[in-house]
Design a protein around this ligand. Structure first.
Ligand code: FES
Length: 569
């Protein structure tokens, strides 16, 4: 087997000398004859959910060395979901592009991908799919469960819940602030079935994680053991030439969609899976999520749809226990990083706690997944997560109350004179990939204070942005085309009647087509759209695709492979 890295290191020529000499620094000469395994590490103090990954990387390093490879830690762009403005999603494609290019530019033969916080695993997988070197993910794992006043706290979900309680006057601001130090109990990512947990589990269902590893809590010593084993596996993957294009197929995405539905996972996974498929040239559409996933039962009783948290999920048997219950819905041909079919991992995967992971006979929700809506408000699609919605609102008509930006929303939502009632439909636009820019998680708009005080806890909301995976409510999101891309969402006016019918998969504004065609967006609406002048934001706005195809950049679709470029000197 000729290693890719040999194109840097082999031979006696001056250039090989240069490549080796600068890497020596005490390293024995035969280290350059071995598989060179990059450890793409998203550890960063500014991504607190991933800060522990340097310790995980040390275990990967030991495994690589033990298997006869040479480990090389590669710090890559990291995105802290709670810290990065205007939204981490703006930078997902940049992180993916930078990682892809650095893997291609460097003398590496394969890569172990260390991610955790929401956008990190998607960006790493997009990069790995495009560069198509042998790649395996070690998810950083969720944090342990914190408690406040004796009650477990779900990261994110309970921030939304407690802040609504403050606004409703049922919790003091002082108690709310005190809960802050209890929210994050340990290292690791959010402990709800939010986007980080979802993407770790979906990555395993895709076959990119060693089966059984995703969901291992970050402080659990078994994570380090798994990281060590994954380091060994990465070397084996080089020998077997097990690249993403050899095991990530349409069947893998079928399994990921089934898993996404069965775990009651985040709607964000829809955008990320579409983007990853786009990098592989696999035809995956929004409708596949509805067709494959919408009849799959939700088996996992985790917040935000249910009660428990990731520590409970792992104790109860984890993803493999869930997948065993829906084995008949999985594609048995899909392979994993081990070279074996995913379904081979399911024979010995019992449910240890049926309260947390339900059996097929007693699901949390009979049919979960993502419903894909269309209509004159979303001609190319929008999504809603019925399991996180209120059943009585899944079919609803109400007068629109329209906001042109999240700032406009915050400025007016608690105005006592705002003409809004429990039947109103809150419409927020300018929050798509182009309009914001970056498609932030603002679609689960807080409810008007005066309605909260009346006991209202959910309303129909419609937005071209995303929603945190930790959020809940009857929220129609990812509306495409977004308002800033000429979508009809830009034409809705306050007072128009909006109708939602999830069973019929419709979202419409009850305005005649000819009148809608006559309308032009209000100048205030257009003024709220982003118009960046320079840098990444300019590039992003000019090239980003809509959410229904994954919100990747148009020039990043497909695989560029790992061909070695011309010499550097
Ligand atoms: Fe990092 Fe939730 S903020 S996973």
């Amino acid at each position: 087997m000729t290693l890719r890295s040999a194109q840097w290191y082999a031979g006696d020529a001056r250039n090989a000398y240069i490549h080796r000499a600068w890497m020596r620094r005490g390293v024995p000469g035969d280290a350059f004859d071995r598989p060179q395994i990059a450890i793409a590490n998203t550890a960063s103090d500014l991504t607190p959910c991933n800060a522990h990954l340097t310790e995980v990387a040390a275990s990967v390093r030991n495994g690589v060395l033990e298997a006869g490879g040479t480990p090389l830690e590669l710090p890559v762009v990291s995105l802290g979901e709670t810290q990065v403005r205007p939204t981490a999603m703006l930078w997902r494609n940049m992180a993916a592009m930078a990682t892809e290019e650095m893997l291609r530019a460097n003398p590496v033969d394969g890569v172990v991908l260390l991610g955790g916080c929401d956008k990190t695993i998607p960006s790493l997988l997009m990069a790995a799919a495009s560069v198509d070197l042998p790649a395996v993910v070690v998810p950083g794992g969720p944090m342990l469960t914190g408690t406040f006043r004796g009650v477990p706290l779900g990261c994110g979900t309970d921030v939304w819940r407690l802040s609504e309680e403050v606004r409703a006057g049922t919790l003091s601001e002082e108690a709310f602030t005190r809960s802050e130090s209890s929210m994050i109990r340990s290292r690791g990512h959010c402990n709800t079935m939010g986007t980080a947990s979802t993407m770790a589990l979906v990555a395993e269902a895709l076959g990119t994680v060693v089966p059984g590893v995703a969901g291992t809590p970050a402080p659990d010593s078994r994570l380090l053991e798994a990281a060590h084993g994954t380091g060994r596996l990465a070397v084996e993957m080089i020998t077997a030439d097990r690249r993403p294009s050899t095991f990530l197929t349409r069947a893998s995405f079928t399994n990921a969609i089934v898993a996404l539905a069965a775990i009651g996972g985040s709607t964000n996974a829809v955008v990320h899976l579409l983007a990853i498929a786009g990098r592989l040239g696999i035809e995956l559409t929004l409708d596949d999520f509805d067709r494959i996933g919408s009849s799959v039962p939700v088996l996992v009783d985790l917040q935000p749809a249910g009660r428990f948290l990731m520590e409970d999920f792992h104790r109860a048997g984890g993803l493999l226990a869930v997948l065993r219950e829906v084995r008949d819905l999985l594609d048995p041909t899909a392979l994993t990083v081990t070279g074996k079919p995913l379904v081979d991992s399911l024979d010995d995967a019992p449910i240890w706690d049926p309260e947390v992971i339900r059996t097929r006979a007693e699901p949390l929700v009979a049919a979960g997944g993502i419903a894909v809506l269309r209509g004159n408000l979303a001609p190319t699609g929008a999504v809603v997560k019925p399991a996180a919605a209120s059943p009585h609102l899944l079919r609803h008509r109400g007068r629109a109350v329209v906001f042109d930006s999240i700032e406009d929303f915050h400025a007016r939502i608690d105005d006592p004179d705002l003409d809004v009632d429990a039947d109103s439909v809150l419409v927020l636009r300018g929050c798509g990939p182009r309009g914001y820019p970056g498609m932030p998680e603002v679609s689960n708009m807080p409810l008007p204070k005066k309605l909260l005080e009346q006991g209202v806890r959910d309303m129909v909301r419609v937005c071209d942005g995303r929603m945190s995976g930790t959020a809940y409510g009857t929220v129609v999101l990812h509306v495409t085309p977004e308002a800033a891309a000429g979508g009809p969402l830009a034409l809705v006016r306050t007072g128009d009647v909006v109708s939602l019918d999830v069973a019929a998969r419709r979202i419409d504004v009850e305005v005649p087509d000819d009148e809608l065609a006559r309308r032009a967006p209000d100048p205030a609406t257009v003024a709220a759209f982003a118009d960046p002048r320079r840098g990444w934001e300019r590039l992003y706005v000019d090239h980003v695709l809509q959410a229904d195809t994954g919100a990747d950049l148009d020039f990043l679709l497909g695989s560029s492979g790992s061909a070695v470029s011309r010499e550097s000197h």
